[in-house]
Design a protein around this ligand. Structure first.
Ligand code: PMP
Length: 427
């Protein structure tokens, strides 16, 4: 039964049972309307209010300055955002250069179109760069997507965590060694690497804005640690996350975008201009400008998924009067309980990432007993399953054990796992 299981899967993850019960009822009959929530039109008033409430609750919980940031509900997952961030921020970069070129050439009336395009082409060739800080499998995928969409000449691997760590992920490279480009169209990092168990301990200071408020255009993938700690939102131009770990059910993705990347400040260049520059334009469902203009309803959005996310946010807000800080304290405590149990038996458990970059959300470790790893891990997983602790198998690309310690894992769940870690080592 559901109540016998603590599921440590990496995502989709556990959802709070009371939220699911409410959602199950809403699927059958939403608020006495006789229609389920997945049947109501996304254009209905009730759909709009579900979207708007979820936006407000997210902004409240994370202290997102609503005047400066737009919250967008999208589809396509974190993977869709790898592409969306490239398209939209390259477009924004071109829009800025375009304005500068027009100014140089005496204004849009005076400038000769061919001269504008030639000047822009030259700028693209010499100056267009996207920087990626690669600290694990997901930032690597995002980097690879940028290379696939644009070509390698525009994409800068500003840091690769494998280089100084024996070819494996597990550490965050010293920020002094990051090779950041001047005026990059974006600098990308993944705050928490779900597969490798690597989390930035805090916002990287190398990417912080300067005293005058200017600074790099920072994009963060927060798919697997969102809602679990306070974020310096204002240091980001864009942050995004799929719902299926800490927020809700699979099927909705959130992008939080600084409004200065939207009209009237920035308007995406015309498709004709981008074609002349040899640069791609976004599929329309991935164009932030379009999604924002339509309050996330350019096309059919799963209102059910937004509803579930909204209910999770309401639960968080009612559980923690001090909002995300309250959840952060719990997340840290749970991680501490599990890591301490592992550290107490260094002869049996090897924590994969370096201590300076250990994820609070995805706890990755190896089990070595009687000189064997595979068999010991198999035995560990079997014992865990017997106790109702499931979903602990590491990602297929790295093996080992991974305990995903998302928000819906209760403190008692973390304690049960710590007890098993202890008992298994001693047995
Ligand atoms: N980024 C991170 C950090 C992830 O953990 C994942 C999925 N586990 C993704 C991106 C990709 O998300 P999706 O499967 O929703 O495309």
């Amino acid at each position: 039964a559901r109540s016998d299981i603590t599921y440590f899967g990496a995502g989709p993850a556990l959802l709070p049972t009371d939220v699911l019960e409410k959602a199950a009822q809403a699927l059958l009959d939403f608020n006495g309307t006789g229609l389920g929530i997945a049947e109501h039109s996304h254009r209905s008033e009730l759909a709009t209010s579900i979207i708007n409430e979820a936006k407000v609750d997210l902004a409240t919980y994370l202290d997102i300055p609503a005047a400066d940031y737009e919250v967008l509900f999208m589809q396509g997952g974190g993977t869709g955002e790898f592409s969306a961030s490239v398209y939209n921020l390259v477009g924004a970069w071109v829009a800025r250069q375009h304005a500068a070129v027009l100014k140089d050439l005496g204004g849009s009336e005076a400038a000769d179109e061919a001269a504008v395009v030639a000047a822009l082409r030259a700028k693209v060739e010499t100056d267009l760069k996207l920087d990626y800080i690669v600290t694990g499998g997901w930032s690597l995928k995002a980097y690879q997507e940028a290379v696939r969409l644009l070509g390698p000449e525009y994409v800068n691997l500003a840091a690769d965590a494998r280089l100084e760590n024996g070819g494996k992920f597990g550490k965050i490279p010293d920020q002094a060694s990051w090779k950041l480009s001047k005026d990059a169209a974006l600098v990308y990092y993944c705050d928490n690497e779900t597969v490798d168990g690597v989390e930035f301990p805090e916002f990287p200071s190398a990417l912080a804005p300067k005293a005058d408020g200017t600074g790099p255009i920072v994009v963060a993938d927060m798919s697997s640690n969102i809602l679990s700690r306070r974020i310096p939102v204002a240091n980001h131009s864009l942050l995004f996350f799929g719902a299926q770990k800490n927020l809700g059910s699979t099927g909705v993705t959130v992008a939080v975008l600084k409004k200065t990347f939207l009209p009237p400040t920035i308007t995406q260049p015309s498709p004709a201009l981008m074609r002349r520059l040899g640069l791609p334009i976004p599929p329309i469902v991935l164009q932030y400008e379009i999604v924002a203009k339509n309050n996330s309803l350019y096309n059919t959005l799963s209102i059910f998924d937004v509803y579930v996310a909204g209910q999770v946010l309401k639960k968080l807000l009612s559980t923690f009067p001090n909002k995300v800080d309250g959840q952060q304290a719990v997340a840290e405590k749970k991680a501490e309980i599990i890591y301490s149990a592992l550290e107490a038996h260094p002869d049996v458990y090897k924590i994969v990432p370096d201590k300076t970059a250990r994820s609070r959300m995805n706890i990755c470790f190896r089990v070595i007993k009687n000189g064997t790893t595979d068999e010991s891990e198999k035995a560990f997983l079997e014992e865990a399953t017997g106790l109702g602790l499931t979903g602990l198998k590491g990602h297929r690309s790295v093996g080992g054990i991974r305990a995903s310690n998302y928000n819906s894992i209760p403190l008692e769940g973390a304690e049960k796992l710590a007890k098993l870690i202890e008992a298994f080592a001693k047995a």
